[in-house]
Design a protein around this ligand. Structure first.
Ligand SMILES: [Cu+2]
Length: 120
């Protein structure tokens, strides 16, 4: 069985201050982790506990990409630079992969989206 993963990767490099780190997990079909994190967070750890590869893309509520990982393989963990100003963000996986039946499996549509508030 083959699966074609089509992944849009966005990398935003920005100056970072502060030293906060928070932990998020990716699994089929969920993004798990804190719903509120303090301002000053400049990086997050992301662990893929699922069987499929995933990504983590951080966007504003308006859809502006703030940070994005590359492909995170099953059982892998990364640290993602994500200097987040106070506000509301969406942490999501944006992989669209071909499924066993030749259809498309959109991870975001399947539920891999998580709203995170960065508190002032
Ligand atoms: Cu995914």
């Amino acid at each position: 069985m083959s699966r074609l993963a089509i992944c849009l990767l966005f990398v935003v490099v920005a100056c970072a201050t502060g030293a906060g780190t928070d932990h998020y997990v990716l699994d089929e079909w969920v993004v798990g982790g804190p719903e509120r994190i303090p301002a000053g967070t400049d990086s997050i750890t992301v662990e893929n506990i699922g069987e499929w590869s995933h990504t983590l893309v951080v966007t504003t509520e308006d859809g502006l990409v703030v940070a994005a990982s590359g492909l995170i393989e099953s059982s892998a963990a990364i640290t993602l630079d994500a200097p987040l100003a106070p506000g509301s963000y969406v942490f999501s996986c944006r992989i669209v992969a071909e499924d066993e039946d030749g259809g498309l499996s959109d991870h975001y549509e399947r539920g891999m989206s998580h709203r995170v508030i960065v508190e002032a």
